[in-house]
Design a protein around this ligand. Sequence first.
Ligand SMILES: Nc1ncnc2c1ncn2[C@@H]1O[C@H](COP(=O)(O)OP(=O)(O)OP(=O)(O)O)[C@@H](O)[C@H]1O
Ligand SMILES: [Mg+2]
Length: 373
Amino acid sequence: MSFLSIKDITKTYRGSKTPCIENLDLDVKEGEIVVMLGPSGCGKTTLLKLIAGLEEQDSGTISIDGECVDRIMTERRPISMVFQKPYLFKSMTVFDNISFAPKVTGQIKGKDELRAETQRYIDMVKLTGFEDRPATQLSGGQEQRVSLARALIVKPKLLLLDEPLSALDASLRVEMRTAVRKICKELGQTVIFVTHDQEEAVAVGDRIALMIDGRIEQFASPEEFYTRPRSITVARFFGWKNEIPCRFDGNDVLESPIGRFRIDGRTSDPSDMIMVMRPEAFFESSNGPIIGKVKEAYYMGVRVDYVVECNGYDLNVSLDTSYLRRPGDDIGLDVNMSGVWAVDCESDISFTQQTDSEKGLKGIFSIFKKDRS
Ligand SMILES: Nc1ncnc2c1ncn2[C@@H]1O[C@H](COP(=O)(O)OP(=O)(O)OP(=O)(O)O)[C@@H](O)[C@H]1O
Ligand SMILES: [Mg+2]
């Protein structure tokens, strides 16, 4: 049974004509870290507020650990929340900030026990030595570590994190996302982590729920988002950049303006399709099907990102740095078919994946059919 169960939630803000969240279902297992990923304004914070009881849904129910919390006030729900901005008690030290809640609620009774438990969480978030530091004298990363310890020490059944790292600079963000995941996993903490950063979502989450316009477009493991996105919208969010119109000849060939591609072992009706190709699926080959000209080159350290012009199409191509090409150079390319899909119609329509066995494929090529349900 799921630990957090959200059933058919709809929320429309007063004055708004359209729902901000519509018929949303979400099931989270105990100890799982689920990332809500999605563009600005898609309803991520609203969903957290509904779970926390800071907003009320129009319909639907929310249960935590088997208990329906719809009629339970925020302060009585078994949750902690951490926001983008740390709201620390400025007049207190790190130690007092962290020990405050269990002390005033009486959750931890004895003085010694409170001291030991607070110290345990201070050590866990790697703030040992900072116990007596005033909250006003901390870096952004240290402030978020205090926020995290403060949220965890009350042992919530559910931890809600709303873009907790987005105010930090890039390298600190990377360090902190690893720390957050490690700490929550060690504690077996169930977490909903909100972000609009796809890389962060993949690094932190056991599963990711991609939210678009108040609905969950796909709920799956990070790996599935890369290998089996449900729709073109999802694919775009996860870095499938090149969309090339093509024609499947009904046997085993895709004809496209950038070249002719062979897919073995597949037959179906001839149809117009769109090939979606990951930038890193390309490799250099003097006898490959693609002949193009380098238009732009961006050296990224471990790889080079190129824009390659081929028969009127700009291809996003990511190659290793062993041989650098310059704008104006001719380039021959081939493509690893595991990084290619053909979808059978235009964008922003949901596609449902047909398994390779249903289609009689050999596992190198996934075909998506329009969802007609
Ligand atoms: N109190 C409110 N009253 C009316 N509309 C609101 C309210 N809060 C949010 N909204 C609207 O609901 C939509 C979703 O907002 P929400 O804050 O949940 O988005 P979000 O996904 O968290 O975005 P971001 O990534 O920018 O934080 C937005 O269009 C927003 O303008
Ligand atoms: Mg938000």
